[in-house]
Write a protein that binds this ligand. Sequence first.
Ligand SMILES: *Cc1c(COP(=O)(O)O)cnc(C)c1O
Length: 231
Amino acid sequence: MSTIEQNLQDVRARIATVAHNCARSPQEVTLLAVSKTKPVSAIEEAIAAGQYAFGENYVQEGVDKIHYFANNAHSTDLEWHFIGPLQSNKSRLVAENFAWCHTVDRLKIAQRLSTQRPAAMAALNILIQVNISDEQSKSGIALTELPALAASISELPNLSLRGLMAIPAPESDYQRQLVVFEQMNQAFLTLKASYPQIDTLSMGMTDDMAAAISAGSTLVRIGTAIFGTRA
Ligand SMILES: *Cc1c(COP(=O)(O)O)cnc(C)c1O
């Protein structure tokens, strides 16, 4: 068994354990394998181990990988998520190549993605990024801005608003991780009450996935625990 296959089994087992411990079904939690900076050979190993959803942070690197895997035996099963900061001048590449974008934090970029999404493709799935605790980060909106931005994005054709994403400030204490993730889950549930298609709460990485799942995450973004540390 390859290291990546073993790591994937371990991560899936951790998700299942945490889910069971908080009376959730493991099926409610999607595992997104974050393959940024990793070679296509690593992704090939993950695909061989049954992993089909991948997250990429850098537009060109992600597009190169999407093109590389377009002829893979599992290409129709593969689902590519853009999870990095998005600049306006790169929005077209995201609109034309990815199935999901997790980092929408302003209307202008959403409008561009909607305009640039090819008609032949399914709607681009959108998550609004919330800056829940990381004052240093310029990415993400404040929760107070969420109702207005969600209302505007939900009107755009070619996009499907699916939920929220957050990258909290690094925090090693489990209880403090939990407090922040629970704030996100409250915002998610409130939004869901207004928009029936909302079903995705993207939060939790290698070091805080347990707290994220306990607080209600439906999608964890895991890089290091699957592919090893990055250079
Ligand atoms: C790199 C990255 C991840 C994965 O982080 P790990 O700690 O390696 O699991 C998840 N989400 C985003 C937005 C990232 O940039």
